[in-house]
Design a protein around this ligand. Sequence first.
Ligand code: SF4
Length: 344
Amino acid sequence: MEQLYQKLPEALLPWYQKNARRLPWRADRQPYHVWVSEIMLQQTRVEAVKGYYERFLQAFPTVFALAHASEQQLLKCWEGLGYYNRARNLQKAARIVIDQYDGVFPQNYEQIIRLPGIGPYTAGAIASICFDQPKAAVDGNVLRVISRICAIHEPVDKPKIKQQITQRLEAVYPRQAGMFTQSLMELGALICTPDGQPKCGDCPAADFCRAKQLGIQTQLPKRMPKQPRRVEKLTVFILCCGDRLAICRREKHGLLAGLWQLPNLLGTQTDQQAIDTVRQWGLQPETLRKSIRRRHVFTHVEWEMIGFYIDCAVQTERFVWADAQQLEQAYPLPTAFRLFLESS
Ligand code: SF4
């Protein structure tokens, strides 16, 4: 098994130098840039991240600007990317970098991994890409690549297996550590893909890949069984008064904590129940224009929503009443609720 790992640097580095994609965060190796991009890339596709990354750096070009941003400005910039705690942790970590490290990102892996929101993957990526330290960044892509090259039949998301892969990779890290980390990621993204059709004909590891030799590429990686998602039903109110919509702030804890939302209740209401609810809120409902159903999937929960579009005669203080410009520019409203604005 170790021999397979030893072949990786020699096979992957020249391939990466020829085939690496030009991505905005690869323009330099500044820790702030690599860090922001790696946090954004967790759970989000490269194509989707590009625009967010550029807008984020325009808004917060330095770790100082990020540390001093208001929460609302920060979350607005993150709107639509999901997993909003990633943004909050970025800011907490930026404040620590300023307070404890005079604004200079720490180079030591043990210091990096202690920053909020940074786990072994991100710490490994920053330490290797920015500082050429022999630290692996093992994510789903890398696990897939290694599980195929080494024909690992145990679930790769078992902590023991992930740790073994990490240690064996770190044992063969070359001097160009950053390039090696990125070559593994790139191989998983471009060639050894998860879609059931790895491009083995173009792969720099094809000569020694065990899965290819055995013809079992598409059977790997194996993973542990996932818990099914919980389904929650929600009634959402798109309450319109003049040119303004009612919004309110979510709880400080839990899913989408602290973000803004359209008023909503757990459970599915009928047309009449929805009208009665709005009346109880003191809004004098005039017309129920329409209702539509939408679905939004989070990691562990799925919302099945019905949205009622109701025109109201008065704006009460129970809600904030925002016009289209404010909704666009000021209030971070998660995608699950934006789904209803597109049809309003
Ligand atoms: S040869 Fe095929 S299965 Fe093996 S690493 Fe390359 S792309 Fe993946």
